[in-house]
Write a new protein. Structure first.
Length: 92
C-alpha cells in the first residue's frame, strides 16, 4: 500500500494545514485542512481507496465545498462592514 493511501497521512496533513492557518490567519488554509482531513476520514471508513490523482481530486472538491461553507457562514457580504450592536464589556 502506497503512503498516500494511508488515512493517517491525510489527517496529519490536515492538522498541519490547521497549524499553518493559525500562523497565517485569513481563512485560506482552513478549507484545505477540512477537505484533506475528510479525505483521510473517507479512506479510514473504506469509502475511498483510489490512486493519488483521484485522492487529490476528492480532497480538492471537499476543500472547495468546505471553503464555500466557511465563506457562507463567516464571510461578509460584498463590501459590507461588520457592525457590533453590543460590546462584551457592557452590563447585561
Amino acid at each position: 500500500m502506497a503512503l498516500w493511501q494511508e488515512w493517517w497521512v491525510w489527517v496529519f496533513a490536515g492538522i498541519g494545514l490547521v497549524v499553518l492557518e493559525v500562523i497565517v490567519p485569513g481563512y485560506i488554509f482552513l478549507g484545505f485542512a477540512i477537505g484533506v482531513a475528510v479525505t483521510g476520514l473517507l479512506i479510514v471508513l473504506g469509502l475511498v481507496g483510489a490512486s493519488l490523482p483521484v485522492l487529490i481530486l476528492i480532497a480538492a472538491v471537499l476543500s472547495l465545498v468546505a471553503w464555500l461553507g466557511l465563506r457562507r457562514v463567516f464571510g461578509l457580504r460584498g463590501r459590507q462592514v461588520k457592525i457590533w450592536h453590543r460590546d462584551i464589556n457592557d452590563e447585561p
